[in-house]
Design a protein around this ligand. Structure first.
Ligand code: DHB
Ligand code: MG
Length: 221
């Protein structure tokens, strides 16, 4: 099935996803620097993130897990020129690559990349930090329950929170799989369930060039 999913993503992209030199350059530079591309969102998924931002006329975006900043570029492309993104990356090598890609892109939006453990950085934000309008969680999966709570703390009513990679080819259903990343995702589902701070939420499975995975989405009450 994987080949067909990849071919269909290519079909979707060729019809619906406009060529963007900055996004292409980001992927090319990431490949040239020897980093794998399976960690990045697919182009049609990047477009979905962009559309959610456009729908809500968001200006302030928080991203946990920058990697090469490819998803960051998709988020930035949806923002007005005075938009702001805080993006946090835990690994030094990924943060350095992400910063290079952000510098090369020369986008008008302010993109602030911080390197460190996302939970520590978020807890150290100044007390008067304005809430974010859109939050994309794509960092270490074992910390997803904590990232969901911190995201809710940094939200206002109507903030949309999207969490990537919540299906993992069905591993979340395998009772023998006790990897911290998988347990983290399961605990996130429990934390979302009947959460008094969430207006509505769901999760969608995706198949495509990145395999079988999915997004969880929540709107803050
Ligand atoms: C992995 C992480 C991601 O955020 C992703 O989108 C795909 C894979 C990983 O750690 O394997
Ligand atoms: Mg991801």
């Amino acid at each position: 099935m994987q080949q067909m999913w990849t071919d269909i993503d290519a079909y979707i992209d060729s019809h619906l996803i406009p060529e963007d030199p900055i996004l292409t350059q980001t992927l090319k530079h990431t490949d040239e620097r020897g980093f794998p591309d399976h960690l990045a969102v697919a182009a049609n998924q990047g477009m979905l993130l962009q559309m959610l931002i456009q729908m809500n006329k968001c200006k302030r975006v928080l991203e946990l897990g920058t990697f090469a900043a490819y998803s960051t570029m998709w988020l930035a492309r949806a923002l007005p020129d005075d938009g702001y993104i805080l993006t946090i990356e835990g690994r030094d090598t990924h943060a350095a690559l992400g910063q290079e890609n952000i510098d090369n892109a020369k986008l008008p939006q302010k993109i602030d990349l911080k390197c460190g453990r996302a939970a520590d950085i978020l807890r150290a934000l100044p007390e008067n930090t304005e809430p974010f309008d859109f939050i994309f969680v794509d960092a270490d999966k074992q910390s997803y329950p904590e990232y969901l709570e911190l995201s809710l703390d940094l939200s206002h009513s109507g903030t949309v929170i999207v969490l990537d990679n919540v299906i993992r080819a069905g591993d979340i259903l395998n009772p023998e799989n006790h990897k911290p990343s998988i347990e983290g995702i399961r605990d996130m589902f429990i934390a979302m369930q009947n959460n008094p701070r969430i207006l509505s939420c769901t999760a969608l499975q995706t198949v495509g060039c990145k395999g079988h995975d999915g997004f969880a989405l929540a709107i803050v009450k």
